[in-house]
Write a protein that binds this ligand. Structure first.
Ligand SMILES: [Zn+2]
Ligand SMILES: [Zn+2]
Length: 371
């Protein structure tokens, strides 16, 4: 009798076996004596219980130490001491799941019941200005919504789904196999817990319909291509009264004819004439809110950047406005008439190296390199 309670013998391991060795031995034996393989064999079933009891004790360092000191009485672990349904601790379920995954239907046990609706993606193209200042758009998103006739219940208006009599509303039925109690999705209600006696004519009992009803979307200023807006609960309708999924609006901003964007800065390339660049000028530059004045000093070179602080786009996150960067492009005169050519010729003749210091500097470098 005492021999039967020698947990080391039951698992066939030595007294100094490691946890891994104990686990390994247990798995092998659990497989061998599993009641699913020996339905109705009382002896094997008892043996299986003992194997579990031994494992429960020896895998736990504290219980093992007590057992080693005081024997079975000191292990404090009668079978099912954990009080879990069916008498197994959580750890047993873990290992059991690994060994007999097919038995449990492969790890990922899906619970019947409410299921969240799918998320939806909607691509929306907006103009540069709409992105800068925000806008409201009405879009038509095709999605599943609650059936309006039955408010999503699936039951004919005026009636209600009734609690499933087979599972009592649990959505699962348990049955006994060996000493295992196994849960299966209720076949009468397919796990819904309720049955519809009189289905809604509109949705044929599904509680859902496809809809392309217009949806108004508020787009905050500052969004850009790649921005994603999440509209909680505007995705597909959930199954079995589960919550709806979310709707994600993916923003694409159409290019602007004269503005570019770099984060919250607006970039604008402004051409000025050769004489404006040389003499200096006050020019008008476009901003997202209309024209602004910019003083271009005499001798401004092409590519020169002027910053208009706070004239960019308000950040969608902080509300702080970026700048406008005006990039000057000096335009070389074209289509010169005779008189203009003469003047330029004359200008060239009276201009020394000092009027074009960049050029002077460059060619002196060239000279240094090649001579
Ligand atoms: Zn309906
Ligand atoms: Zn049922």
């Amino acid at each position: 009798m005492m021999d039967e309670k020698d947990f080391y013998k039951i698992l066939g391991v030595s007294r100094d076996a490691t946890v891994d060795e104990i686990k390994k031995a247990y798995r092998k034996l659990a497989h061998q004596y599993h009641p699913d393989k020996h339905a109705g064999d009382k002896e094997k079933e008892d043996r299986f219980k003992l194997i579990n009891e031994a494992y429960e004790t020896l895998k736990d360092p504290q219980k093992k130490a007590n057992y080693d000191r005081f024997g079975y009485a000191g292990s404090g672990a009668g079978f099912g001491g954990g009080g879990a349904p069916g008498g197994f601790g959580a750890d047993f379920q873990d290992i059991f799941g690994e060994v007999f995954s097919d038995f449990f239907g492969g790890g990922g046990r899906r619970r019947p019941g409410p299921e969240r609706g799918a998320d939806l993606r909607f691509d929306l193209e907006i103009s540069f200005d709409e992105a800068a200042f925000g806008t409201e758009k009405t879009v038509k998103v095709e999605r599943t919504v609650a059936c309006s006739a039955c408010s999503g219940s699936g039951a004919k208006p005026g009636t209600h789904p009734v609690t499933c009599s087979t599972c009592g509303g649990a959505g699962q039925v348990r049955f006994q196999q060996g000493f295992f109690s196994i849960a299966r999705t209720c076949p009468a209600c397919q796990g819904q817990g309720s049955v519809i006696k009189d289905p809604c004519g509109e949705c044929r009992g599904s509680g859902k319909t496809r809809s392309v009803a217009p949806l108004t979307i508020k787009i905050p200023g500052g969004v850009d291509t790649g921005s994603r807006l999440r509209l909680a609960g505007e995705g597909e309708y959930g199954d079995r009264n589960g919550p709806s999924g979310d709707l994600y609006i993916f923003i694409t901003v159409r290019p602007h004819p004269i503005f570019r964007r770099e984060k919250d800065d607006v970039i604008c390339e402004v051409p000025i004439s050769f004489s404006q660049a040389g003499l200096g000028a006050e020019i008008e530059v476009p901003t997202i809110e209309g024209p602004a004045k910019l003083k271009v000093p005499a001798g401004t070179q092409s590519g020169k950047l002027f910053r208009l602080p706070g004239r960019g786009i308000a950040s969608v996150h902080t509300g702080r406005r970026g700048d406008e960067q005006v990039i000057i492009k000096v335009e070389t005169p074209t289509k010169l008439n005779k008189r203009q050519k003469e003047l330029l010729q004359e200008f060239a003749e009276i201009s020394g190296e000092d009027t074009t210091p960049l050029r002077k500097n460059f060619f002196s470098k060239v000279k240094e390199i090649f001579e």
